[in-house]
Design a protein around this ligand. Structure first.
Ligand code: TA6
Length: 294
């Protein structure tokens, strides 16, 4: 994504501006180490480009920036649930207006913090009080931390994901390692399966890998680079590509988009709303993804 063409609304510092993309306001970071962009709608990272590299983050050419729709691509924040165990799919955080809390910068990079707390709209969907802080650390690598706090007077459960769409040269030449052997296949009625050490794709995939290693590596052989994904605070890694038919069925995904993306998600998976991770009043939990070229 070419961030330089977006009109500037506000200059916040030498490195950070607020820019306009369609109807969305974007926190744009341009630093000697890397550039990045985060939509305030959804608290959604839409670009991370270390100096001299192609973007690590894939965005659909047909993504809809109307300040309402969840964005196709980037790093959607799925919260307070993952998937379709309730409506809206993947929770409401990716459709909510986040606030810019602060930005900090040094020679090493920029940290942007966004926040979302419960409001009338969120409580109508999910009747709990909460505070989310999203810390986006932009340097040679990208680190995204979703900090979840229960500000309510009773405990609640949640699930979720940092649903990262990675950008790559050619899906046919991609291999993935480190995802572990065991997975639940969403395309086979959630059947428990076992796979090999190296994943290659020739068709759609939608799997919850239940025992990923500390580092998952996407070998992007077309661009001759390796992307290192290190997740924590999760219980699984969801791997997804909709393939040709899936891409064609989505209005906000360009038809050939599946050729240049692969989702490797830091996920806290649960089968229902009350089987998620429990937080007592005042308790916090962090879901983290760290993405780097290695
Ligand atoms: O993470 C994989 C998944 O849950 C798939 O089942 C697929 O539907 C994808 O997310 C995208 O979901 P969305 O609601 O953004 O269309």
């Amino acid at each position: 994504m070419d961030l330089s063409v977006l009109p500037t609304l506000t200059v916040l510092s030498d490195y950070v501006t607020i820019a306009q993309l369609g109807d969305n306001k974007i926190v744009r970071v341009v630093h000697p180490k890397a550039s990045a962009a985060i939509s305030l709608h959804g608290g959604h990272v839409i670009s991370f480009k270390p100096e001299g590299q192609e973007d690590l983050i894939w965005m659909s050419k047909d993504a809809i920036f109307d300040n309402k729709a969840a964005l196709r691509g980037g790093i959607p924040i799925c919260w307070p649930w993952f998937g379709r165990i309730a409506a809206p799919a993947h929770g409401f955080a990716r459709n909510s207006a986040w606030a810019l809390l602060e930005h900090r910068e040094s020679d090493n990079g920029v940290i942007v913090s966004l926040g979302l707390t419960d409001n009338e709209h969120t409580r109508a969907i999910w009747p709990h009080q909460f505070k989310l802080v999203l810390n986006v650390e932009i340097s040679d690598a990208l680190k995204v931390t979703l900090d979840v706090t229960n500000t309510d007077s009773t405990a609640w459960q949640f699930s979720g994901a940092l649903h990262t769409y990675l950008n790559l040269g050619d899906i046919h030449q991609m291999t993935v390692t480190g995802m572990g052997a065991t997975y639940v296949d969403s395309l086979l009625n959630n059947q428990a399966c076992e796979g090999g050490d190296v994943l290659t794709l020739t068709d759609t995939i939608d799997r919850v890998y239940t025992a990923p290693e500390n580092e998952i590596v996407l070998h992007d052989n077309a661009w001759n680079r390796k992307l290192s994904i290190q997740n924590s605070g999760d219980n699984s890694a969801v791997l997804w590509n909709p393939w040709k038919e899936g891409a064609e069925s989505m209005g906000d995904m360009n038809n050939d988009g599946y050729l240049s993306m692969f989702c490797i998600e830091s996920s806290l998976h649960a089968n229902s709303l009350n089987e998620g991770k429990e937080l007592a009043p005042g308790e916090s939990h962090q879901l983290i993804t760290h993405i780097a070229v290695r």
